[in-house]
Design a protein around this ligand. Structure first.
Ligand code: NAD
Ligand code: USQ
Length: 396
């Protein structure tokens, strides 16, 4: 589980461990360092990886191995795979914030080097140690952008001047972060073709929620929950804003529509991909989301679930460059066909999130909520405490 100390990697590691898989987690703690750089923190307190692993052993009697190091260090990647001998590698370990990647040149370069080089090292290590290892890679729905035609799962049949071929779906991503995922997808597909390795690219939508069956077993097993303007994602942010009485930060018209999923479905999707591996030499793509909503729909749902009056910030200029009025119809049948039973976004799910947030509301830093990164300017107005060197946050 690469990125096993992160928002999704940690609960996925516990889920797979509890379901009988032998799990090892890999992380370089870059995510914890972005917090220090930005001066923000997870709303829910999280323990060190070492404490988490110890608590999991005490609570479940199960062991999770941990490997501290950086995927951009090729020796570390090779050694870890040789030592652990995985059947499958789940790769969450990337810089995952679009705004962070758009702060300035350094953050864009850092994001792309970290993500693309990390994945490339991994592809080489798989090819050189054991090409039968199944790579399950977290991609993103944002690779496709918002085209004016239906979005397929990875590939599209195109007829051009009387000839027909099945080709990778055209990509029109909206940030240097989303672009890094496109570059990864191309590299992975190529590696499958030339070396015969096998991979599943999970083009995941935006995840919401925090609690999973396993993290609820002990407070020290909690995963992080971000609400700040750089790492917080839209629905998680709206829930925090509603609890503290902050107007919901709908950017622009709010008609931007995205694929969404409950954190519990991330875990289930990853297990479905792992236990139904791609064929040797196959590169396949699953669109991993369960429902789609516009930003405005989500704001309305949070307002309905909240017991307190909730205002929607009107006329907030969109800091991003993105289509606000667009067609969105994306296919997502492959994981459903494998047996995914989605947790849908109901009022009670939102209420559950609001209750969790209420419990930690004294930790909310109101100053962290406003969006500070502008897509239109090449150097953000945000002043950070430090900027990463192009390949910083390397192995501890
Ligand atoms: P996260 O930042 O919480 O977790 C990523 C983890 O990877 C962090 O713990 C970080 O320290 C680690 N990491 C980063 N670079 C590394 C490197 N070079 N070497 C070793 N470890 C490294 O992010 P998340 O929200 O858990 O997302 C996990 C994955 O899922 C990412 O690839 C992200 O792009 C993808 N994804 C997330 C969402 C979402 O809504 N959170 C949606 C779609 C896709
Ligand atoms: N938005 C608002 N108000 C906010 C925050 C966001 O209106 O306060 C809007 C954005 O403008 C955008 C949409 O909500 O139109 C989604 O923004 P987001 O920050 O929730 O999500 P995004 O930047 O796309 O990135 C997140 C994760 C990323 C993942 C991606 C999945 O951080 O790792 O890849 O979701 S997807 O969007 O499908 O590409």
């Amino acid at each position: 589980m690469l990125g096993g100390d992160g928002y999704l990697g940690w609960p996925t590691a516990l889920y797979l461990s509890r379901r009988g898989h032998d799990v090892g987690v890999v992380d370089n703690f870059a995510r914890r360092q972005y917090d220090l750089e930005m001066g923000v923190d997870s709303l829910v307190p999280i323990r060190t990886l070492q404490q988490r692993v110890r608590t999991w052993e005490q609570v479940s009697g199960l062991q999770v191995d941990s490997f501290i190091g950086d995927l951009t260090d090729e020796t570390f990647v090779q050694d870890t795979i040789r030592r652990f001998e995985p059947e499958a590698i789940v790769h969450f370990a990337e810089q995952r914030s679009a705004p962070y990647s758009m702060i300035d040149r350094k953050h864009a370069v850092y994001t792309q080097v970290n993500n693309v080089v990390g994945t490339l090292n991994l592809l080489y290590a798989i090819a050189e140690t054991d090409p039968s290892i199944h790579l399950v890679k977290l991609g993103t729905m944002g690779e496709y952008g918002t085209p004016n035609i239906d979005i397929e799962e990875g590939f599209i049949e195109i007829t051009h001047k009387g000839r027909t071929d099945v080709m990778p779906y055209p990509k029109q991503p909206g940030s240097f972060y989303h672009l890094s995922k496109v570059h990864d997808s191309h590299n992975i597909m190529f590696a499958c073709r030339i070396w015969g390795i096998r991979a599943t690219d999970l083009n995941q939508g935006i995840v919401y929620g925090q609690a999973t069956e396993e993290t609820l077993l002990h407070p020290d097993l909690a995963t992080r929950f971000d609400y700040d303007g750089v790492f917080g994602t839209v629905l998680n942010r709206f829930c925090v804003q509603s609890v503290i009485g902050h107007p919901l930060t709908v950017y622009g018209s709010g008609n931007q529509t995205r694929g969404m999923l409950d954190i519990r479905d991330t875990l289930a999707c990853v297990e479905l991909a792992v236990t139904n591996p791609a064929d040797v030499g196959e590169y396949r793509v699953f669109n991993q989301f369960t429902e789609s909503f516009s930003v405005r729909d989500m704001a309305a749902m949070v307002r309905q679930a909240s017991v307190k009056p909730v205002e929607i910030a009107e006329g907030l200029e969109n800091p991003r460059v993105e289509h606000e009025e667009h067609y969105f119809h994306a296919s997502n049948t492959k994981l459903l066909d494998l047996g995914l039973e989605p947790h849908l976004l109901t009022k009670s799910v939102i209420k559950g999130m609001l209750t969790l947030i209420e419990r930690h509301r004294e930790r909310v830093d109101v100053d962290a909520i406003a969006p500070t990164v502008q897509w239109r300017s090449s150097a953000s107005t945000r002043k950070t405490a430090s900027t990463p060197s192009d390949t910083s946050f390397r192995a501890v």
